[in-house]
Design a binder for this molecule. Structure first.
Ligand code: DOR
Ligand code: ZN
Length: 447
């Protein structure tokens, strides 16, 4: 979906929130030719943009009662191209991202074929640029075919545009290989994103190991399978002085390990998903395949620890782990179902619920979705400041709606949050001055 973009935007009286600029104030914002040229109280007073509403015109937006945030950055999404376009493709995935307020999306390499080569990286970049104003940043594989045997050519991957390396979906299990991977990644200044799972401890596992797995008679995935890998990796990261990032951290033990490593100054970072912040293994009751995810939904005490770790900065970022799957992979017996759930379009409204409950400061939530992930990925962080590239999301914080998967734009509808009432709706996403998404009334105004 393409939206015609005007050359000039004028937003009046909007509540602009950007902790990276220590900004939380009602301001006017003017964008000219893709750059924020004025931002401040009454900054648009007396400003006269070109008349008309076409591409050379001006769009005027009354921002009263609305929030303006920097464009969101997702460190972890599965866009399924190449190879599984029935589940998602670059176009649908990036449109879903825009609808969720994201201007930057990092794409995991567990595609078919795996993105382990500069050729695929370049192809993805070229296609994404044609398809969407939302920026897609490819993540290259750590090992060839994600087989855990042979390292990829990380220098070539970086040269082609990869911003990090990961074997997400699979763990780099061998300590020897992990050591070399960290050394190699450090040489090319690439962060290494680990999917922390000791596969020997999770063989045949279907959900978190605990009271619910016992009740349901499902094989359990113990917390220690994550903790052991994180502990070992932190030792290796210290030894190699590499940049190490924990994907979808899900246990209280892993949060404790990262906290301790950070307190000693290690270059370690971590992310947590909305679903691990909001759901426990109880949600799996009834064999709900929508709740099957890797790592699995944990327990109340993990959820508490993750919220605390995100609030105090131990966990740097929120990342969606948007993992689209269709009915062929989800409307099947629990044992056969693929793990994963979609997240791009519902991440922000779901987590605003945590803010409203007082479980997370708004500033920390915004930081964890903007500056912090951009820093991990080495990207220019979207920010609300004069002279900055115009990357922002306009939100109606009071708008109440109910999550209806059939109305989401992602090609896959696999979410356990169907029917959940949320507050806060993305109305407009602007990436580098171009409209990437607008809700119907705003879209009508633009045309
Ligand atoms: O739940 C998950 N789904 N976890 C992963 O690590 C991979 C992902 C996918 O690709 O579907
Ligand atoms: Zn993932």
């Amino acid at each position: 979906m393409k939206f015609p973009s005007p050359r000039v935007f004028v937003l009046r009286g909007v509540q602009a929130i950007d902790p990276s600029q220590e900004l939380d104030a009602e301001v006017d914002v003017v964008v000219e030719n893709g750059v924020i040229t004025r931002l401040g109280r009454d900054a648009a007073a007396g400003f006269q943009g070109p008349s008309g509403s076409g591409p050379d015109g001006t769009i005027e937006i009354d921002g009263h009662g609305k929030w303006l945030l920097p464009g969101l950055v997702d460190l972890h999404a599965h866009l399924r191209e190449p190879g599984q376009e029935g589940k998602e493709n670059l176009e649908s995935g990036l449109f879903a991202a825009a609808a969720g307020g994201f201007t930057d999306v990092c794409a995991m390499p567990n595609t078919r074929p795996v993105n382990d080569s500069p050729l695929i990286t370049e192809l993805l970049l070229r296609r994404a640029r044609e398809l969407s104003p939302v920026r897609m940043h490819p993540i290259g594989a750590i090992t060839v075919g994600q087989k855990g045997e042979e390292l990829t050519e990380m220098a070539a991957l970086k040269e082609a545009g990869a911003i990090a390396v990961s074997d997400d979906g699979r763990c780099v299990t061998s300590s020897a290989l992990m050591r070399r991977a960290l050394e190699y990644a450090r040489t090319f200044d690439l962060p290494l994103i680990q999917h922390a799972e000791d596969h020997a401890l999770t063989a045949g596992a279907e959900m978190h190991e605990g009271a619910v797995s016992t009740r349901l008679g499902l094989r359990g995935w113990p917390r220690v399978a994550e903790d052991i890998i994180v502990a070992r990796d932190l030792i290796l990261a210290e030894y190699t002085q590499a940049r190490y990032h924990v994907a979808h951290l899900s246990t209280l033990g892993a949060a404790r390990l990262v906290r301790e490593a950070k307190s000693r100054g290690l270059a370690v970072t971590a992310e947590v998903t909305p679903h691990h912040l909001l759901l426990t293994h109880e949600a799996v009751m009834g064999y709900r395949t929508a709740c099957k995810v890797n790592p699995p939904l944990r327990e109340e005490e993990d959820v508490e620890a993750l919220r605390q770790a995100l609030a105090d900065g131990t966990i740097d970022c929120v990342a969606t782990d948007h993992a689209p799957h269709g009915p062929a992979d989800k409307d099947v017996p629990f044992a056969d179902a693929a793990p994963g759930m979609i997240g791009l379009e519902i991440c922000l409204p779901l987590l605003l619920g945590l803010v409203k409950k007082g479980a997370l400061p708004l500033g920390r939530l915004v930081d964890s979705l903007t500056r912090a992930p951009a820093k991990v990925a080495g990207l220019t962080a979207p920010r609300l400041a004069e002279s900055a590239r115009a990357d922002f999301v306009l939100l109606d914080p009071a708008y109440r709606w109910t999550i209806d998967p059939s109305r989401l734009v992602s090609r896959s509808k696999n979410t356990p949050f169907a029917g959940v009432a949320v507050e806060g709706r993305v109305e407009l996403t602007v990436s580098a001055g171009r409209i990437a998404f607008a809700v119907a009334p705003a879209a009508a105004e633009i045309r």
